[in-house]
Design a protein around this ligand. Structure first.
Ligand code: ADP
Ligand code: MG
Length: 255
């Protein structure tokens, strides 16, 4: 049983011009093993920022609040310590790594996270099976990480990593964006398999409700202006689908 606890989190970004801009304004959120939380909010509300701050991106500075994983201070950990502790981030815009093959990358990542190199025999089988489950062609193993991948192919590979690295808590930032209906189903099934096999906690960031037809959230949080402004169950996602975010954005506009 794992608990990720975020309390009163404030964070700012340092722009390329060297100015600081406050983006997170007091986020409170607790994600436990086996739970699925959807964070939904308009563009620019700070959803990706939240995911980066949890993962430890150096561009952001936490100015107030705490993040703990089973009571351990996550903010004290380096990016790879966070990964070893069981945190995983599927980025909204996965990075291309020319010259590093997908298979090398996956094995290196699994070795780093597991603390020892996976046995080659079982590993090759594990990767093959996971790729087949996600309908990823075997030829991708020899291609450079994400280089020239379509948006949908990148998202499938994020979910491939999720299945192989088996984190305790997975943050999925817009893993649904740019997917056609079939890919959306395949990717969602991958996330659901991870939940079943690992009893993982999932923080699913999205601004569309359509992925929530495939991945049922236990909790829905509405994210506006760098914080959570409303919470509910899956019925809240349905309301957002029908009415959009206006009710929430206009309420905070003057704040
Ligand atoms: N380098 C940057 N300089 C200034 N503002 C930035 C920078 N990067 C992100 N932001 C701003 O931070 C806010 C939150 O962005 P983001 O977390 O990506 O939102 P979301 O994922 O909800 O669409 C936006 O207003 C965005 O313009
Ligand atoms: Mg985003």
């Amino acid at each position: 049983m794992t608990t990720l606890e975020i309390k009163d989190l404030h964070a700012e970004i340092t722009t390329p011009e060297g100015e600081s801009k406050q983006i997170l304004n007091g986020v409170n959120l607790t994600v436990k093993s086996g739970e699925t939380h959807a964070i939904m909010g308009p563009n620019g509300s700070g959803k990706s920022t939240l995911s980066y701050v949890i993962a430890g991106h150096p561009k952001y500075t936490v100015t107030q609040g705490t993040i703990t994983l089973d009571g351990e201070n996550v903010l004290d950990m380096s990016v790879d310590e966070r990964a070893r502790a069981g945190l995983f981030l599927a980025m909204q815009y996965p990075v291309e790594v020319p010259g590093v093959s997908m298979s090398n990358f996956l094995r290196t990542a699994a070795t780093a996270v597991r603390g020892e190199a996976p046995k080659l025999r079982t590993w090759v089988k594990e990767v093959k099976e996971s790729m087949a489950e996600l309908d990823i062609d075997a030829a991708f193993a020899d291609r450079s990480v994400n280089e020239g991948f379509s948006g949908g192919e990148k998202k499938r590979h994020e979910v491939l990593q999720l299945g192989l690295l088996k984190p305790k808590i997975a943050i999925l930032d817009e893993t649904d964006s740019g997917l056609d209906v079939d890919a959306l189903r395949i990717v969602s099934e991958g996330v659901n398999r991870y939940k079943e096999r690992e009893n993982g906690g999932v923080l699913l960031i999205t601004h569309y409700t359509r992925i929530l037809r495939y991945i049922k959230p236990d909790f829905v949080h509405v994210f506006v202006n760098g914080k959570i402004v409303a919470e509910g169950g899956s019925e809240l996602a349905e309301e957002l689908d029908a009415n959009g975010y206006v009710r929430f954005t206009s309420a905070t506009a003057g704040a």
